[in-house]
Design a protein around this ligand. Structure first.
Ligand code: ADP
Ligand code: ZN
Length: 721
């Protein structure tokens, strides 16, 4: 018997199946989709079996070891990986690895495994001679408690436990335990659905086709109840459900609502879990112990065999697309899987991505609506503060209007959400004498001051350095902190407001495991009355007592030179505004901006998604951007400036020659030209229909695959340029 093995190395040069002979004694255990150990060059590697072939007389190396009893990659996932390879031009192995938690990947380095506990239990036994006092005590203990961890009774007397086992009075056995306990949550409040909610549910259930739906539901319209109702339906048909949530910060809330309704029938998969925990959660799915998975992007690959529905919450979120290879989009994968399973895909958002809403208009997706908040609660009133005028009377970036509103809200005993989409203390450090700006030595980007650690840090490469006393350029003692980040606001707030109790949630305060949950719970339980944060706090959170949302600076995302910057700004503002006044009290929102006339801000003020959509579609049409054109972005990177420049010119010319139905822009330097001492050029390919695209790009990859000095990176439908 001969098998084709795909080894763990993700390299275009070895991105194919290699044949190995199976020793006789292994033959019975061979299945497609299991892992094996093979020797490869001078290494021993792990790989997946992808083919089983007839014996022939070639001289081949033998398989060294079989690692799995059960299939890791089933037929569906194997096929899905091939599609990913084709559509994103990634290596096949990287597609498979992306589907699996660490403990299941093909990797010689992982040692994630089952967590095993050793238990003892009592046998039926006859009295055998005299037992020591401690032995009797142990027997009493186990009689009362039932099977118990060996380590517990060892504490009474280890030698007596050994003796009891030897005399066969106790039996000792191993059992796998899950690292995350499947806690039940009480207090199920199953609401009677509103007419609108019911209509959405019925539309999905009465539709016999395996369709994709786009649910456009304003913030607080009860989308989560709709998900649960639909899922309940499929669970009763013995089918399964995947729920994707965009950020770790939202997972606990979603999980808690689901647990109240579905008990322990849920596995959770997101990046804040340890490798061991992910492994266990994954095993719950593999063993068929749960019917629901809630998780981030990669949970889309959950190896269910009877999918009934896939729900993608906050579907417009950029993180559903993986930034590094394989650059897959979880929404595409969901639709691919739905075709295999004949199941439903429900995309939902208050601010659907432009592309997806356009698709719904063209009836590629079926459009569903939840136009009103639950109980007809009004959407919060949004006030725009023109900072061009307000800045003179403002204090530390807070306009008088915002100061007054925050103080009033605190005085009423209610809560405030404050958004500033910039972490750190100040945005950059500049010399007021010579204009010098402290920059990262590895990247073309200014350094951010972090007061907690008293360092300057690069948000691109992680470089950190001590703060200079004097300007390294002119030697004057004139270095000044410019702009503000969340750290600084956190420091200012208690000085501006009486009785303010502020908690900060951003990348820097949430690096520890469980930190998100802790912050959210502490705020929910009223230990704090102001939650300050970056875009992390904008989405999905449901706090009853938040009646004021303040946006300190709406311009941070607007000023990024990218074709999506208006869309991202509108989404961010609409989402964060949606956190205000969700329960019984009316909410208010104050947005500070230097661009009060920008349409993204004007439409956000009126909660007018459709208005924004129409205007932005016009802009995109004029500039030939998605959804009117597809975009593929080719990045050319090298540590050597001249090489990067020369090769990108060559590539640009090549693409212009080959892709005659496309608009080709560039090469030009990337937004951040240098990151980690690597120079980056970009070429934008815009097209509606380009049948030569894959062929040309594959040729490029092929041409450069053995060139260690040049890296080519290809991104189809990029989130940003
Ligand atoms: P969305 O996800 O659309 O922002 P949620 O699902 O969080 O909205 O719902 C907003 C609030 O309304 C939640 O507190 C939820 O418990 C409540 N809610 C949802 N559906 C109903 C209903 N049918 N009746 C009463 N309250 C509901
Ligand atoms: Zn850097």
């Amino acid at each position: 018997m001969i098998v084709g093995v795909l080894v763990e190395l993700s390299n275009k040069n070895v991105d194919k199946v290699f044949d190995y002979r199976v020793p006789k004694e292994f033959e019975k255990k061979i299945k497609i989709g299991i892992r094996v150990k093979v020797s490869f060059g001078h290494m021993e590697l792990i790989g997946f079996i992808l083919d089983i072939k007839k014996e022939d007389n070639r001289e081949l190396k033998e398989i060294l070891e079989i690692l799995d009893k059960e299939v890791i990659l089933n037929e569906e996932l194997l096929a899905l990986g091939r599609i990913m390879q084709k559509e994103t031009l990634c290596t096949l192995i990287s597609a498979y690895q992306a589907m699996l938690p660490k403990g299941y990947k093909a990797s010689r380095k992982t040692n994630v495994n089952k967590k095993i506990y050793t238990y003892v239990k009592l046998n039926n036994y006859k009295e055998q001679g005299k037992l020591s006092a401690s032995a009797l005590k142990i027997i009493e203990y186990v009689k009362k408690s039932g099977p118990v961890l060996r380590s517990v009774v060892n504490k009474i007397s280890k030698s007596s436990v050994d003796t009891l086992i030897k005399k066969e009075i106790l039996t000792c056995y191993d059992q796998e335990v899950y690292r995350l306990e499947n806690t039940q949550e009480k207090g199920s409040k199953q609401y009677e659905l509103t007419r609108d909610q019911k209509k959405v549910v019925d539309e999905v259930l009465n539709d016999q086709e395996p369709s994709t739906y786009l649910l456009h539901g304003v913030t607080g319209s009860g989308k989560t109840e709709v998900y649960m109702e639909l899922i309940d339906h499929y669970l009763k048909l013995k089918k399964e459900a995947i729920v994707l949530v965009p950020e770790i910060s939202l997972t606990p809330q979603m999980v808690s609502r689901f647990k109240k309704r579905f008990g322990s029938n849920i596995a959770v998969l997101h990046s804040a879990l340890s490798d061991g925990e992910k492994y266990d959660e994954y095993r719950k799915i593999v063993r068929g112990e749960v019917q629901i998975v809630i998780g981030a992007r990669s949970a889309i690959f959950a190896p269910f065999c009877h999918l009934g529905i896939i729900v993608i919450d906050e579907e417009h979120t950029a993180s559903y697309k993986q930034e590094n290879n394989p650059k897959y989009n979880a929404i595409d994968i969901a639709i691919k899987r739905s075709q295999y399973h004949h199941c439903k895909v429900l995309l939902a958002s208050a601010t659907p991505s432009l592309e997806d809403y356009a698709r719904a208009q063209k009836k590629v997706y079926k459009l569903l609506h939840l136009p009103k908040r639950i109980n007809n609660r009004e959407l919060p009133k949004i006030e725009i503060v023109d900072m061009n005028k307000a800045i003179r009377k403002s204090k530390n970036g807070f306009s008088l209007e915002l100061i007054q509103a925050i103080q009033d809200t605190i005085n009423r005993g209610e809560q405030v959400l404050l958004l500033l989409n910039r972490r750190g203390y100040s945005s950059f450090i500049s010399c007021s004498s010579c204009g010098y700006v402290e920059k990262c030595p590895n990247c073309d980007i200014s350094l951010t001051y972090h007061k907690t650690s008293n360092t300057l840090r690069c948000h691109y490469c992680g470089y950190g350095t001590k703060v200079n006393e004097v300007c390294p350029h002119c030697k004057e003692k004139a270095l000044k902190q410019m702009g503000m980040g969340t750290e600084k606001i956190e420091e200012i707030i208690p000085k501006l407001f009486e009785q303010a109790r502020v908690i900060r949630m951003d990348f820097d305060t949430t690096s520890k495991k469980g930190a998100h949950e802790k912050i959210i719970n502490a705020f929910k339980n009223k230990k704090y009355n102001i939650l300050l944060g970056t875009q992390m706090i904008a989405k999905g959170l449901d706090f009853e007592d938040v009646t004021l949302v303040g946006v300190i600076n709406a311009d941070t995302s607007l000023n990024i030179p990218d074709f999506r910057s208006s869309e991202v700004t509108f989404q961010l503002l609409d989402q964060v505004a949606g956190r205000s006044g969700r329960k019984d009290k009316n909410g208010k929102v104050i947005i500070q901006t230097f661009n009060k006339d920008h349409y993204a801000i004007k439409y956000a003020k009126d909660h007018d998604y459709i208005g924004f959509f129409n205007t932005e579609m016009m802009v995109r049409r004029q500039l030939s951007y998605p959804p009117y054109y597809y975009i593929t972005y080719v990045k050319i990177m090298s540590k050597e400036y001249s090489l990067a420049s020369k090769e990108s010119m060559k590539i640009g010319n090549y693409l212009k020659k080959k892709l005659t139905s496309s608009i080709i822009l560039g090469p030009s330097v990337c937004n951040v030209f240098r990151i980690n001492n690597t120079y980056r050029f970009g070429i934008i390919i815009k097209y509606k229909n380009e049948d030569q695209l894959y062929k040309a790009l594959e040729t490029l990859i092929e041409h450069y695959k053995s060139n260690s000095k040049i890296k080519i990176d290809i991104d189809f439908n990029p989130n940003s340029l």
